[in-house]
Design a protein around this ligand. Sequence first.
Ligand code: TXA
Ligand code: MG
Length: 331
Amino acid sequence: METIILPINDQSIQKAKEILLNGGIVGIPTETVYGLAGVGTNPQAVKKIFEVKGRPSDNPLIAHVHKDFDFLSISRETNTYYKKLKSAFTPGPLTMVFESNGAVCTEALAGGDTVAIRVPSHEGCQQLLKAINLPLVAPSANLSKHVSPVTAEHVYEDLKGKIPLILDGGKCNGGIESTVLDVTGETPRILRSGLITKEMIESVVGCCLIAEHKESDKVKSPGVKYSHYMPKCATARYEESELNIALAYYDEQESLGEKVYIMCSERIKALVGKRKVLSLGSTPNEMASLLYERLREAEKVATLLIAIKDGASGGVYDGLFNRLDKACKKI
Ligand code: TXA
Ligand code: MG
C-alpha cells in the first residue's frame, strides 16, 4: 500500500472522511501527538489500528470528538464535576474516562466498561471531527513501544506502507500525550499525567488524586504498564544530582568509540562543557514539546543517549519525567 502525506485542508479532510467511513484508518494531527484514527463504532477499523501498531489488545483507545459533540451519546454520567473540567480544559489535552454506554465498540474499549473521551484543540483535527461527526478512536501513531510521533514525517517513518493517508497538520505543540483522568468516582484521579496538571485540575474542582500503578494492582489504565517511548539507540538516565557520574560515563563511552549525546535542559547544558547536547529548552512546557522530537533525532545521530533530569518536580514536570523515565533506562 502506498502511504501519502497531504497538508490538512478541506480537500484532504474529505479524502480522510471517505477512507474512515469505509472502515479504513488514517494518521491525524492533534495538539499533543499524531494519532492513528478509525471510526470508533466500527470493529473492523479498530482491529486494523491494533494490527498496524502491534498494540496489545488489552489496552483501550481514546475516543476523539469535536467540541460540540454530546459526550452522553457515548457515555453515562456518574458525576457532574466533569462539566467544570470540560469547560475549563477542553478543547485541549485532557482525556476523561467515563462509564461507557456501549456506543463505542468493545474492541476499542479492550472489553472494558469505560470509555476515554478527548476533544483535541488542533484546528484541522477539529474540522475533521466535525466533518465526520462520529467518535474517532486513535492511539498515538507510532509502532507500539516506539517514541510517539510529533510530525507527519515521524508517522511516515513508523507506518509507511501500512496506512493509506497521513494528514499533515504541522509539528504538534504540546509534545506529550494528554492527561488521562478517571472521572467515574467522586474524586477525579489522574491515570496518566500530562500538560493538564494535578494543580490545574485542583484549581477547578478542589481535589485530584494520582493513581498509583503498583505491580500488584488491577491496572486501571492498561497503557501505563507497558514499556514505551523508546528510541532505537542505547540510553542512560541520571538525576541532576548525579551530574558528575553522568559526565564521566559520557567521557568513558566516547573514548570507546560510541557516538554519545546528552539530552537535557538549557540550564544543565551550561554545566556540561563542550560535550554534545540535544537541548530540551528551558521551561517544562518547552521541554515537553521537544522531548519526542529529540528522542527521534537521537536515533539518527547517536549510538548512546544520556538523559540528565533537572532536579525539579510537580506541574508539567510530572508528565515530562514520566515519559522520559520510560524512554531512557536508569543505570
Ligand atoms: O494525546 C493523546 O492522548 C494521544 C492523541 C493521539 O490524542 N493519544 C494517545 O493514545 O496517547 P494512546 O492509545 O497512545 O494512549 C491512551 C492511554 C493509554 O494509557 C490507555 O491505557 C489509556 O489512555 N486509556 C484509554 N482508554 C481508557 C479507559 N477506558 N480507561 C482507562 N484508561 C484508558
Ligand atoms: Mg501511545
